[in-house]
Write a protein of this length. Structure first.
Length: 180
């Protein structure tokens, strides 16, 4: 077995080896566990965004009207536990997207604020960003996907998203390679 320092060094070397070199700075990768934590943490906000954007498009007898609150509570119950990994992943991701030193300094300031001050900001940002990306014509399909995913345990769903998300747009969200 590998020792902790050797494993950390190996992980760092592997992550550096597969990441593309950027001209100004190297964007840090986000681990699959961090992606999973972000998925779990953000689900209540995503549900709220869908309801806000799709309220007039969805049936009052549809899945979100019948079971959306219960689904949201399942994920809300895990938010405090997954927050440290979700925060770490969000900071890495946003830090890699920021260009100026001033932006990085602002991100460092946010990273050092108490969690009870940062979490409401993150929650509001999730709702705002997700609702802005939802097209009304997709509301019924989004509700169908939510209903299809609902029986899956939140931690399993987060893990699957952690494994898959890097395949979708690795330039937008570089996911660290999984080390066996």
């Amino acid at each position: 077995m590998f020792g902790g320092k050797r494993l950390a060094a190996l992980a760092a070397a592997a992550a550096l080896a597969v990441q593309p070199t950027l001209a100004s700075a190297q964007q840090p990768c986000v681990t699959q566990a961090e992606i999973g934590a972000i998925a779990i943490y953000s689900t209540p906000g995503v549900l709220q965004a869908v309801r806000l954007k799709c309220g007039n498009e969805l049936s009052q007898r549809g899945y979100l009207a019948r079971s959306g609150d219960a689904l949201g509570r399942r994920y809300t119950a895990l938010q405090t536990r997954v927050w440290p990994k979700a925060k770490s992943g969000l900071i890495k991701w946003l830090g890699g997207r920021q260009g100026s030193a001033q932006s990085r300094q602002g991100l460092d300031t946010i990273a050092n604020l108490p969690d009870d001050a940062v979490r409401p900001l993150v929650d509001a940002l999730i709702v705002q960003e997700v609702s802005a990306k939802i097209e009304a014509r997709n509301c019924s399909r989004i509700e169908w996907v939510i209903e299809a995913m609902a029986p899956i345990d939140p931690e399993v769903a987060g893990g699957v998203l952690g494994a898959v998300v890097g395949l979708v747009d690795p330039d937008q969200l570089p996911v660290c390679p999984r080390l066996s």
